[in-house]
Write a protein that binds this ligand. Structure first.
Ligand SMILES: *[C@@H]1O[C@H](CO)[C@@H](O)[C@H](O)[C@H]1NC(C)=O
Ligand SMILES: *[C@@H]1O[C@H](CO)[C@@H](O)[C@H](O)[C@H]1NC(C)=O
Length: 358
């Protein structure tokens, strides 16, 4: 009996020891030379999640699935395991020490907000008794830990290129970046854009698309996405000093609004009622169309750009969306964003691994 009790106690610790490096144990950096961190699989790990959403009351209602009554918890228990190496376990205290007096900014849409909230919660729960400040001015939200003076910011920017308001309507300008002075002097910039390029009808926030002098009502959205991204890429190549600023792109975050995209979907419609990841090896067997465009654009860049290649590993997580446990209940079905705690914590673990790797 006693042996069983001991075994039960030790087992979760053992899993951590085997599957993840606690970087403080033996080294302060992470070797990823020969390792594609994004090639791997989801494994059950009883030591997850990394925090409880009730520990961070600033997590928005739209992401706080457990607080909103989501009954199942299995989706919280998966850890990303690369095939060729172990990821460092996220160490919030180590993160704060490394980034003392530094500023990190997520620039993008609500998927950036999703990852920003995850990171701020991971840092807060690492130092639960330290003071922090949360401030929101217009589209800019800033989380600052007082003791370490680390600022983690989120700046709303759905397309990265400009929307100009003209007398005759709103113009999405494919060849002008919507750069803000707030981007200056940031140590780590993490960009993202994808979802808003798909929106039509009432959710489309522009009336015309402009490219140079050419103005049109609409165009192929993947082509527009590529042109917009290309403009952003040229902006980074021209304006970012890699000695001062590390630039990341938060890869395309897939949605699960259409059940025909994954095999064995039990209700044929969307992510509602999904409680398990899609663990079949080889899934997905095609690259996401947005990811293909992104890959093409990133290949043209001359400055070092780190891609958080989260698309594929997130495609397997049909279970990790709020569905009816987000903002809107049954009327606001959400198969695009992700519960917190949850999948974006893994994105931040990958960001951390990229930041500390040699
Ligand atoms: C992301 O990683 C997957 C798996 O390793 C790979 O197949 C894909 O090409 C990568 N995507 C990009 C844009 O590099
Ligand atoms: C806090 O960090 C910011 C840069 O992120 C810096 O400008 C400021 O001087 C720092 N404050 C202190 C008290 O060190």
């Amino acid at each position: 009996m006693a042996n069983i009790a001991v075994a039960l106690l030790v087992l979760p610790l053992l899993q951590v020891a085997i599957g993840e490096h606690n970087i403080q144990d033996y080294t302060r950096s992470f070797e990823k030379k020969e390792c594609d961190m994004y090639h791997g699989k989801w494994v059950y790990d009883n030591s997850y999640p990394l925090y409880g959403s009730s520990q961070c009351n600033f997590i928005g209602k739209e992401f706080a699935c457990q607080r909103n009554g989501r009954p199942d918890r299995l989706y919280l228990k998966y850890r990303w395991q690369p095939s060729a190496c172990n990821l460092p376990r996220f160490d919030g205290l180590d993160f704060l020490k490394r980034f003392r007096n530094k500023q990190i900014m997520f620039v993008g849409d609500s998927l950036s907000l999703n990852q920003w909230q995850s990171l701020t919660c991971m840092l807060h729960t690492a130092t639960p008794h330290s003071e922090y400040k949360l401030q929101r001015i217009g589209g800019l939200s800033t989380f600052t830990t007082t003791e370490y003076n680390v600022s983690v910011k989120f700046m709303w920017n759905a397309f990265l290129v400009d929307i100009v308001h003209k007398r005759y309507g709103r113009v999405l300008t494919l060849d002008k970046v919507d750069a803000e002075k707030e981007w200056d002097g940031i140590d780590v910039l993490i960009f993202n854009t994808w979802h808003w390029w798909q929106h039509t009808g009432r959710k489309q926030p522009w009336d015309f698309i402009q490219e140079g002098k050419h103005m049109q009502k609409d165009m192929d959205r993947l082509v527009a996405y590529e042109k917009g991204l290309m403009t952003w890429a040229r902006w980074v190549d021209t304006n970012v000093d890699p000695e001062k600023t590390k630039v990341f792109f938060q890869g395309v975050s897939p949605d699960h609004s259409n059940g025909s995209y994954w095999p064995g979907n039990n209700n044929g419609k969307d992510c509602k009622g999904e409680t398990k990841p899609m663990l079949a090896p080889g899934y997905p067997n095609r690259q996401h169309p947005g990811e293909l465009v992104l890959k093409k654009v990133l290949h043209t860049m001359t400055k070092p750009l780190h891609l958080l290649n989260v698309t594929r590993l997130s495609q397997q997580r049909k279970d990790a969306h709020p569905s009816v446990y987000g903002l809107g209940g049954h009327r606001g079905m959400d198969c695009s964003h992700w519960c917190l705690a949850g999948l974006p914590d893994t994105w931040n673990q990958l960001l951390y691994a990229e930041l500390i790797s040699k």
